[in-house]
Design a protein around this ligand. Structure first.
Ligand code: DP6
Length: 358
């Protein structure tokens, strides 16, 4: 019987605390600034991908959540698949003449997100990371996650960070080839297991302006972005890495919220302006600001940090000891309103407990 070449891998979503927004090279997906994120380690919010190579396949093909998805020639998917085949050829087949020539076979790939793709949560990050991880397994590659991140990056910039768990930096690099624009681990998950993320799905409408087109409009028109990438992000990257290593939540929270604010400010500074947050998003900010103010006035420190990506949904980072209180606070101020505040997910790293208020 013929050997079956098949592998399955999964990758989680990551949520940036220093935002990637802007490309200096749109084809290679090279960013205008470094970024840093936390990879969520729950069982939900993951993409799981199975890849299979077979000499009888006539073309590369992808099924996304059970539906055929087109692989456009020269597109991001095609690039990632071609790059993975190149790695197989160069690092395995060139060295071992007996290794099956899988790089010459077409692949069939089936990918599933275990969260609603329409929920407004970045699925491209986990999706491309899982794609690259499954092909790496299929091809028996022994390369590091940073090397794989170079390829996931070409699928979707933020995907490069999902190749690692825990706290991850995407170093922007300076080489025009992109070979130094990769993800590195800042600290593993176990370094700060008390850190949790609470995701508040404010709206699951499909977002108006995609990250890809929005960020390029910002690059072309925003003067504030130029200030941000030169004078703000480098210091913040260093300071938040240090805060993570020291488990300093006050500094982590201050920088996280400032960076979310500045990202939304550069979106507003874009011509025409881009608005990602809505009234509910802004009310959650006000709530978290007040919650922290009361804690600090009582002699405590910061208890929560909000951050928003290219949409209205809030992600609140907090230490485990405060998570229940925050969840109760959010629920009491934002009782379920059908189209505005859909769902609250409490994400716990250890117990994988879903707190679903429906
Ligand atoms: C606001 O990675 O989705 O979430 O590289 O064009 O695919 P492309 O963009 P994408 O942008 C993510 C933007 C962000 C910030 C972040 O995750 O760092």
């Amino acid at each position: 019987m013929a050997t079956i070449y098949q592998a399955t891998a999964s990758a989680p979503v990551n949520i940036a605390v220093i935002k990637y927004w802007g490309k200096r090279d749109t084809k290679l997906i090279l960013p205008t600034n470094s970024s840093l994120s936390v990879t969520l380690d729950q069982d939900h919010l993951r993409s799981t991908t199975t890849a299979r190579a077979d000499a009888s396949f006539e073309q590369d093909q992808l099924w996304l959540n059970g539906k055929v998805d087109e692989i456009k020639a020269g597109g991001r998917l095609a690039t990632c698949i071609a790059e993975m085949k190149r790695l197989r050829k160069e690092t395995v087949e060139a060295k071992d003449p007996n290794a099956p020539k899988l790089s010459s076979y077409k692949v069939h790939i089936a990918s599933y997100n275990n969260f609603p793709t329409a929920a407004g949560l970045a699925s491209s990050a986990s999706g491309f990371a899982a794609l690259v991880a499954s092909l790496a397994q299929l091809y028996n590659l022994t390369v590091s996650p940073s090397i794989l991140s170079l390829i996931a990056r070409q699928g979707s910039g933020s995907a490069c960070r999902s190749l690692f768990g825990g706290f991850v930096a995407w170093q922007m690099g300076s080489d025009p080839s992109g070979n130094d624009s990769l993800a590195v681990e800042v600290a593993p998950r176990e370094h700060w297991p008390q850190m949790q993320a609470l995701i508040c799905v404010v709206s699951d409408d499909k977002k108006g302006t995609s990250s890809t087109s929005g960020m390029q409009r910002t690059v072309e028109t925003s003067a504030l972005l130029q200030h941000r990438i030169k004078h703000v992000v480098p210091e913040r990257m260093a300071a938040i890495s240090k805060a993570i290593l020291a488990r300093d939540f006050d500094t982590f929270a201050t920088i996280t919220m400032a960076d979310s604010n500045q990202f939304h400010a550069v979106a507003l500074d874009t011509e025409p302006p881009i608005f990602y947050m809505n009234d509910v998003s802004r009310s959650i900010i006000a709530l978290i600001v007040e919650y922290n103010r009361v804690s600090i006035a009582a002699g405590g420190g910061y208890k929560a940090a909000y951050t928003y990506d290219a949409g209205p949904n809030a992600v609140i980072y907090a230490l485990e000891e405060n998570l229940k209180e925050i969840l109760q606070l959010v629920i009491s101020y934002f009782p379920q309103r059908p189209s505005e505040f859909k769902d609250v997910l409490g994400l716990f790293s250890k117990n994988t407990t879903d707190i679903n208020t429906h």
